[in-house]
Design a protein around this ligand. Structure first.
Ligand code: AMP
Length: 287
């Protein structure tokens, strides 16, 4: 069975108006394609909780701060459509860039301090571009619910806040990170890693787990904890830790001392590939 594939906004709106008239609950899973088991988990969750499942596949040029990253981003549309079909997606929305951006947008979503730290510090304009395309997709599809991965924790925090700030009537569901057996968070970018790089890639997750372990045992001094974790990244020429920070789970602001739930997040360059990951931390006695 091949999945329904729509490229034009007006066509999609017409298709979904039928579902809405029939009283169906509509779910949206936004993706940039190169679908893997992480996306698969989002689709499974959504499938179980809605009537009409829409998956969007769009490599959003607006959220890439580096042209080479956009050019090298994996594109596997045929396999993606097969995967959508296998996961019971009803409609795929695969717009050409000119459909989403007939001209350069003059109105975009500005992110205040939620975007100041972690990835926001190192990828200028990234979250603005991401939030802009997500808001466009929300307005185009008008789903009841949308699903996002916790792997991109800052993205999820920004989207949650965006729907609050703009009164967008869409429920936002977060889905836990899907990992390889050695802990590496599954990502479309993993397929760019060489065999040697792939072996080193889980060191980011290990360092994040080390932080969570120390905090669970009662460590509170953030600077000392993150210094030890950064030192645990192997001293290899192909590895460069961009950041490793402990932040408030909701505001994404850096903490200096641990007094409750927190999030440790990091970005690691492995060769020319940038990987991100995060782990939630709880001090002793909290669950
Ligand atoms: P992307 O195609 O990378 O923009 O990701 C689309 C959605 O899938 C985002 O909400 C991501 O957070 C989510 N996602 C990507 N990788 C994973 C993973 N390993 N586990 C859970 N969700 C993921």
């Amino acid at each position: 069975v091949s999945v329904e594939r729509i490229e034009i906004i007006a066509t999609l709106r017409e298709r979904l108006s039928r579902s809405k008239k029939a009283g169906e609950r509509i779910a949206l899973v936004p993706t940039m394609g190169a679908l893997h088991r992480g996306h698969g988990r989002l689709l499974e969750r959504a499938r179980a909780e809605c009537d009409c499942l829409v998956a969007s596949i769009f490599v959003n040029p607006l959220q890439f701060d580096r042209q080479d990253d956009l050019d090298r981003y994996p594109r596997t549309l045929e396999a993606d459509l097969d995967m959508c079909s296998a996961h019971g997606v009803n409609v795929t929305f695969v717009p050409p860039a000119a459909e989403m951006y007939p001209s350069k947008p003059l109105c975009t979503v500005a992110i205040a301090e939620l975007g100041d730290h972690l990835c926001g510090r190192y990828r200028p304009g990234h979250f603005q571009g991401m939030a802009t395309v997500v808001l466009k997709l929300f307005d185009i599809v008008q789903p009841h619910v949308a699903y996002f991965g916790e792997k991109d924790a800052q993205q999820l925090a920004i989207i949650r806040r965006m729907v609050d700030d703009f009164n967008v009537p869409i429920a936002i569901e977060g889905v836990p990170t899907v990992r390889e057996e050695d802990g590496l968070a599954i990502s479309s970018r993993n397929q760019r890693l060489s065999a040697d790089e792939r072996k080193l890639a889980p060191s980011l997750y290990r360092a994040l787990c080390m932080v969570a372990g120390e905090i669970a045992k009662g460590a509170t001094d953030v600077q000392a904890i993150t210094r030890r974790a950064a030192a645990a990244i192997p001293d290899q020429p192909s590895l460069r830790l961009e950041y490793l920070d402990i932040v408030d789970t909701r505001t994404m602001q850096p903490l200096t001392t641990i007094a409750g739930p927190s999030l440790v997040a990091g970005a690691l360059w492995v060769g020319t590939t940038r990987l991100i990951d995060n782990v939630r931390c709880l001090p002793p006695g909290e669950s």
